[in-house]
Design a protein around this ligand. Structure first.
Ligand code: HC0
Ligand code: SF4
Length: 567
């Protein structure tokens, strides 16, 4: 506690951990590359330097405030230093900005402008290191890396993986995988959180935009698109809306304008997942099956479990993710209903997620040799297509999803937030067992940004222990507790991304805690506004289950909607 003076203004220290936070309270936003409140402090970029009377220049992110400190944030020295840092970075940087994936959202570009850097006084070092495009999800371009280490700390601290680290020395220093192996050959789970914090174009999402344009323009193909829950509360950010502001209707209208033949909703199969997974849980409780039941809709978590916890694979729900259930329905059933072969229908997904690009390529998810989901676009890629087509998003009249695969309940909307899958299953099993009408059930203990959440549920005279985790480092903590016998749960939801899919690696940047909170609020708001709050009230889903499979949870649904895992 105590007080400091920031540019002549007295500010309370309170719980501020460093000078940067105190300065922020004085209404001054210091530029940073390597500072993220949810990661450890690295203090490498030197952008946040301030002058402290009696101490001289200090890095504000890694210096704790002390009572009586007199801080100056904008002096000739700090200004000169910040410009110098930017110039040095630019001298070492592949400056093909105009054609860069992050042009317009690059922090290096933004800060160079903000700080008035109009020329670089140092010679340009043009070192071309090969670009790694081996991954289905991400592209690594070391020529654009500024060595801030954000990706390194993200992967290590939040995901517990440590795929990235610094290698080599001096001018050759770069961030890469162990032994500099191609990204497709290491244990990367494709969550894309590294790309979400990368300030430049060094780590970007692999684009499938051109292949989708080709499909749309191919007269022989019927192109069907599904949109994930978390996209609708984030795509607006690309068009000036706030995180969480609903843009569903405009998004649907834009997709129709782009030329998709059918615009459907992943909410449809999220409801289907809840029913199949809810019945799976009830079945395991009744017959003494493997517990806890782990959710399986996050492909980053599935790959993590396959790589590191093969002994838990029988605990994972056998349900395919909503994305893959959707692809399977389209290729195996919907195509036939509209008189087409699976190969004549192209199924595109729009996802907040980069790991979904990998999931769609898994060999088990095919029908008659063609992938169930042909292409996966991130939220940002869809925004790019809309911009490329010159569609004025904000002036679009809202439109509705097509049917029959365009209808979802509020329980499906909240899938996009950490805790949402668990809450949906809770809604389903409680009303299923009580034979209730499925009115609104709010299950607050599993909501929110917290990394590990626990709850219990009274069901049929039994108390179920539930846990929800986001971030794979948190998942690992929980698994260790379970394996050592320190904890027991009946069901566990795991999502790799902090906050759940709403914080996925394919969402618009800034993809920070504030944006995630906004999107989360948006999703729960949409649930409240929905007419249905329970998957079993979605008659389009229950009818489809009847018509195509003869009802839920039987050998037919197991063939098309479930899967197995590979250690
Ligand atoms: Fe998610 Fe999903 S909720 S993983 O985060 O389960 O990507 O939004 O689409 O598949 O529905 C992502 C989001 C989905 C799936 C759904 C699930
Ligand atoms: Fe993808 Fe969601 Fe998993 Fe993140 S939490 S990797 S967005 S499925």
């Amino acid at each position: 506690s105590g007080k400091v003076t920031v540019d002549g203004q007295v500010v309370e220290i309170n719980d501020a951990r460093n000078i940067l936070e105190v300065v922020r309270r004085a209404g001054i936003k210091l530029p940073t590359f390597c500072y993220h409140s949810e990661l450890s402090v690295y203090g490498a970029c030197r952008m946040c330097m301030v002058e402290v009377e009696g101490r001289g220049l200090v890095a504000s992110c890694s210096t704790p405030p002390a009572d009586g400190m007199v801080i100056h944030t904008s002096t000739p020295r700090t200004r000169r230093l910040r410009r110098m840092v930017i110039e040095l970075l630019l001298a070492n940087h592949d400056r093909e900005c105009t054609s860069c994936d992050r042009s317009g959202s690059c922090k290096l570009q933004q800060l160079a402008r903000q700080l008035g850097v109009t020329e670089v006084r140092f010679g340009h070092r043009d070192r071309k290191v090969p670009v790694d495009g081996t991954s289905y999800a991400l592209v690594k371009n070391p020529n654009k890396c500024i060595l801030c280490g954000d990706c390194v700390r993200m992967c290590k601290e939040i995901q517990g993986l440590g795929i990235w680290d610094f290698a080599f020395r001096g001018a050759k220093t770069m961030v890469t995988t162990a032994f500099n192996k191609p990204l497709a050959e290491v244990a990367c789970v494709n969550c894309g959180q590294c790309a979400a914090v990368c300030p430049t174009g060094a780590l970007t999402v692999k684009s499938e935009v051109d292949r989708v344009w080709d499909a749309i323009l191919d007269p022989a193909k019927m192109v069907v698109v599904q949109v994930a829950p978390a996209v609708r509360v984030a795509i607006g950010e690309e068009f000036g809306l706030l995180p969480g502001e609903k843009a569903t209707g405009q998004m649907v209208a834009a997709l129709k304008k782009l030329g998709f033949d059918r615009v459907f909703d992943t909410l449809f199969t999220a409801d289907m997942t809840t029913i199949e997974e809810g019945l799976e849980l009830l079945g395991r409780l009744e017959k003494g099956g493997r517990l806890p039941l782990f959710t399986s809709c996050c492909p980053a978590w599935v790959k993590y479990a396959e790589q590191f916890h093969a002994d838990l694979l029988d605990n994972l729900s056998t349900c395919r993710s909503p994305q893959q259930m959707f692809g399977s329905l389209v290729k195996k059933h919907y195509a036939r209903e509209v008189g087409k072969q699976p190969a004549e229908v192209v199924c595109v997904s729009v996802m907040p997620c980069t790991a979904k690009k990998f999931e769609a390529r898994r060999p088990e998810f095919t029908t008659e040799g063609v992938p169930d989901v042909d292409f996966v676009l991130s939220t940002t890629e869809l925004a790019r297509m809309i911009k490329e087509a010159g569609i004025v998003f904000n002036e679009l009249e809202p439109e509705m999803f097509d049917n029959p695969l365009g209808m979802g309940s509020g329980a499906a909307v909240i899938y996009g937030a950490s805790g949402g899958v668990m809450e949906s299953v809770v809604r389903f099993v409680s009303t299923h067992l009580s034979g209730g009408d499925g009115g609104r059930v709010d299950f607050y203990p599993v909501r929110g940004m917290q990394g590990i959440k626990e709850a219990s549920l009274e069901l049929n005279g039994q108390t179920l222990q539930l846990a929800v985790v986001n971030g794979l480092a948190n998942a690992e903590k929980l698994i260790q507790r379970i394996k050592s016998g320190r904890a027991f749960y009946h069901a566990v939801e795991v999502m790799a991304c902090p906050g759940g899919c709403l914080g996925g690696g394919g969402q618009p940047v800034p993809n920070n805690t504030a944006a995630r909170l906004g999107r989360m609020k948006g999703l729960y708001g949409l649930d409240r506004a929905e007419q249905l709050h329970n998957p079993q009230d979605n008659i389009f889903v229950t009818r489809a289950l009847e018509r195509w499979f003869g009802g839920p949870a039987n050998p037919n649904t197991h063939r098309d909607l479930h899967t197995r895992y590979y250690p």
